[in-house]
Design a protein around this ligand. Structure first.
Ligand code: GYE
Length: 349
């Protein structure tokens, strides 16, 4: 009952917060208060992100949960405030899709103190040893939750980087190249996909020398914050300062940035996919179209349809299952110019 009253307050007073009441797949008894889930999303920077939001929200609603949704529009302060508002309204569960890796220590301790379980989705987070110690102490206190977060559900960003690196290694195998030069276009620093995709890519291309007797090197790394406009600016600046003809490969960590970078390359007379090999991550519809058109060589999928995984994990948790893994990875694949394009499933984002 308390949660229902709280929900009403939330609905009436919180500006910009959307709640939706849909008919659940699994019929809920009108007399049982519905589970209230606060879903904090980091932004709206891409079609990928919009699909991610929709996937999480609709799957949770299908289960019969009430979803309170807040979007932080790429502001860490806003996102912390959103989570704090979920805590003050005493939601049953928080689903956090975090902007960056660090900065969550205090707010997670606040959630634990209030006994609100937190599920982290998509990007992952890091907390300090000190915070883990505080969390362990809190776990012994009456009324507090038992852990800082229940689980992380998302892609293996490292594996995505590995797949991108593997494509590049295979592409140049048996070609007359001794040194292959890569320009990396990264997302926002301090975000786990940025860090881990870079790591995975480097790991794989370093192995290449033993296999192919060629060196593949990331000669420069520029950042476009996972945003198209910034990807374009970063690439235009690079072209203005350096000799782009020296670069063999562009490894871009998101489709939106790739689209921006391709505009800048085109304006400089460089033909993407031919003069420069392009490897992108996400696999939005617009990038698959570019792959089919031969303007992009490889698209590593990052799966935004994480809702079903979040729904299942929360369901198991609420049923009292204690065997939830600390990391739940979503299924992903890779698309490249050497494949039969008719095998690529149609996508709506
Ligand atoms: O690759 C990018 C989005 O966090 C994995 O965020 C996600 C990334 C995705 O902006 O397009």
């Amino acid at each position: 009952m308390k949660k229902l009253v709280v929900l009403l307050f939330f609905f009436l007073f919180l500006n910009g917060c959307s709640t939706t009441t849909t008919t659940a797949d699994s019929e809920t008894d009108a007399s049982t208060p519905r589970i209230v889930i606060g879903f904090s999303q980091l932004g709206t920077e891409s079609n990928w992100r919009k699909q991610h939001t929709e996937s999480v929200q609709t799957e949770l609603e299908k289960e019969g949960y009430e979803v309170l949704y807040r979007n932080a529009y790429l502001s860490l302060e806003q996102q912390i405030q959103d989570i704090r508002s979920f805590i003050s309204y005493n939601v049953d569960i928080i689903v956090l899709s975090p902007l960056q890796e660090s900065g969550w220590d205090d707010i997670l301790l606040e959630a634990q103190k209030a006994d609100i379980p937190v599920f982290v989705v998509d990007r992952s987070i890091e907390v300090s040893q000190e915070t883990l110690k505080k969390s362990a102490e809190l776990a012994l206190e009456e009324g507090a939750g038992k852990e800082l977060m229940v689980t992380h559900i998302g892609p293996s960003f490292k594996a995505e980087g590995n797949r991108a690196g593997l494509y590049v290694s295979n592409y140049f195998r048996n070609q007359e190249y001794n040194e292959i030069k890569v320009l990396e276009l990264t997302g926002n620093v301090n975000a786990s996909p940025t860090i881990l995709r870079s790591e995975g890519f480097s790991e794989t291309i370093q192995r290449n020398y033993q296999d192919n007797q060629q060196t593949i090197q990331v000669v420069d790394s520029i950042s476009g914050d996972f945003i198209r406009r910034k990807g374009k600016e970063a690439m235009a600046d690079y072209i203005a300062q350096k000799d782009i003809s020296q670069i063999d490969v562009l490894f871009s960590q998101s489709d939106e940035m790739t689209l921006g970078a391709m505009e800048a390359l085109g304006a400089a007379g460089v033909t993407p996919g031919k003069d420069i090999i392009i490897v992108s991550i996400d696999a939005q519809k617009n990038m698959i179209d570019k792959l089919k058109a031969g303007e992009v060589n490889c698209v590593v999928e990052c799966n935004p349809n994480q809702g079903i995984y979040v729904r299942n994990a929360i369901k198991r948790f609420l049923e009292g299952k204690t065997d939830l893994p600390k990391e739940i990875y979503v299924h992903e694949t890779v698309f490249s110019d050497d494949m039969d394009f008719s095998q690529i499933p149609p996508r709506n984002y």
